[in-house]
Design a protein around this ligand. Structure first.
Ligand SMILES: [Zn+2]
Length: 182
């Protein structure tokens, strides 16, 4: 991996000269904070729901699901796969912060469909060290959603596994399609 990859066209023009994308985000935060008023919420999600989703930039979870500030926990990673670290977050979400429902969201055109576990081998060849983590690549998005639901339902650490539902978000239509767990 190189750190000097060219910026996508348009990105550079969108930033003022000499600033980075992070500078731009910090500037946006100043404007956000200027209009912000403390809603006085505590940390427990209002809807008692945790959403596990892919990190894909085309998936705006709050807009797509009609969620407001304070409604949910959002746990995202590459693929929206249920890893040990996702179980860690869900366990804290349920046991310390009172959530009761779990929603799992994968999506069409996921980058993980174009990878294989060979990615780990390629990394090892490049850097001399094999990562401890699995790539969690998949070929069949529906089957991966089913596996994710199963991992949540069978976790011994979770107290609420009765309301676990899985979906595929279509990045072209914005629609969710529910996946039958069977
Ligand atoms: Zn994805």
């Amino acid at each position: 991996m190189t750190t000097s990859a060219p910026l996508p066209s348009g990105t550079e023009a969108a930033m003022s000269a000499g600033s980075t994308v992070t500078d731009r985000l910090v500037g946006a935060n100043s404007r956000y904070a200027a209009a912000f008023s403390d809603p006085g919420m505590d940390a427990r999600p209002v809807l008692k729901v945790a959403v596990v989703a892919c990190m894909d930039a085309r998936l705006d979870l709050h807009a797509a699901l009609g969620l407001e500030l304070g409604d949910c926990h959002t746990i995202r990673n590459a693929g929206g796969v249920v890893t040990d670290d996702v179980i860690r977050s869900l366990t804290i979400s349920q046991r310390a912060l009172g959530t009761r429902s779990v929603v799992l969201i994968h999506h069409t055109g996921c980058g993980l469909e174009s990878l294989t576990e060979d990615f780990r081998h390629e990394l090892e060849m490049e850097v001399g060290q094999r990562p401890a983590w699995a790539v969690e690549a998949f070929r069949d998005v529906e089957q991966d959603v089913r596996q994710s639901m199963q991992r949540v339902r069978t976790s011994p650490f979770l107290v609420e596994t009765g309301d676990v539902r899985g979906f595929v978000f279509d990045v072209r239509t914005g629609l969710l399609r529910e996946i039958d767990p069977a």
